[in-house]
Design a protein around this ligand. Sequence first.
Ligand code: PAF
Length: 294
Amino acid sequence: MRIETTIQGVHAALAPARAARKSIAFIPTMGNLHAGHLRLVQEARNRADVVVVSIFVNPTQFGVGEDFEAYPRTLEADSQLLFEAECDILFAPAVAQMYASLPQYTSVQVNEIANDLCGKNRPGHFTGVATVVTKLFNIVQPRMAFFGEKDFQQLAVIRHLARDLCFPIEVVGVPTVRAADGLALSSRNGYLNELERRQAPALYATLQTISAALLAGQRDYAALEQHATEHLNGLGFVTDYVAIRTPWLALSDNTTTEWVVLAAAKLGKTRLIDNISVRLPLDVNSSASQPVNA
Ligand code: PAF
C-alpha cells in the first residue's frame, strides 16, 4: 500500500492504473476506522482493480463548538487496517494540502436537502461535506465511490451532487454495520460512557418499531414521528428529529415504494444518527404517497 500526502503524489500513484484503463474505487473517510469502513473497502476491493482510501478530518464540515479538535486521529492504526484490507493507495493530506486558504472562495452547496434534518442543527455541515467530496472526486477521479448508508443524508447529498455536477462516478451506498445489540458503528460511539453505551441501541430499536408499524399499515407519519420522539426523550435522549422520507430525500415523490426512517438524537454529549429502510406497497390514496417534506 502506498501512502500519499499530496495531490501530486496521488496523481503519480494512479497514473499507471489510468494508463492501463483499470477501474478505480474510492472511499473517503475521516479515519478512526472501524468495521463499517472496512466493509466499504471490502466492497470496493470486490468491484475495482485499484482501491483508494482517503483519511482527512475536514475542518469545513465542523461547526463552531463541534468536535473538530477532539475528533479521534489514529493514522497509524488506520494505515495498518487498510494495509490488511488490501487498500492500494492511502491519501492522508494535511489541511494546507486540501485548502490553500480558508475560507475558500468556492464551495459546493446542495440546495434544500442540505438544510433539512441534520442540516437544520448543523448549518454549513453538508456544504463542507459536499465541497471536500467534490475536491476529493477531482483529485482521485474514481469510477466508483463508496459511502456508508449510516450517514444517509450525506449519501443523498453526494448522490445529488454527483448527478447535478455530472461526475462520471457511480455512488455506491453500503449497508450499515452494527454491533450485536443493534447500535450502528460510528467513530463517535467512542464518546459514549458505559451507561450511555447500554442505552444507545434504543435508537435503532425505535426505528425498527416505526418500520414494523409502517409495514402493518400505519400511515400517519406525523404521529409515528412524534411518538418516537417522545419515546426517545423519555429514555434520556435529546431527540433532534425522527423523520420518514424518500431515499433521495426529495421534496416530493408520489410514486415511490421505498422509504427511509431517519433519526438523530443526543445521548449525553454524543450525537447519534441512524436510519432504516422500508419498502411499502404503493397506495396512491394514502398519506404515504403525499409529499412528506414539502
Ligand atoms: O463520512 C465521512 O467520514 C465524511 O463526512 C467524509 C465523507 C469523508 C467527508 O469528509
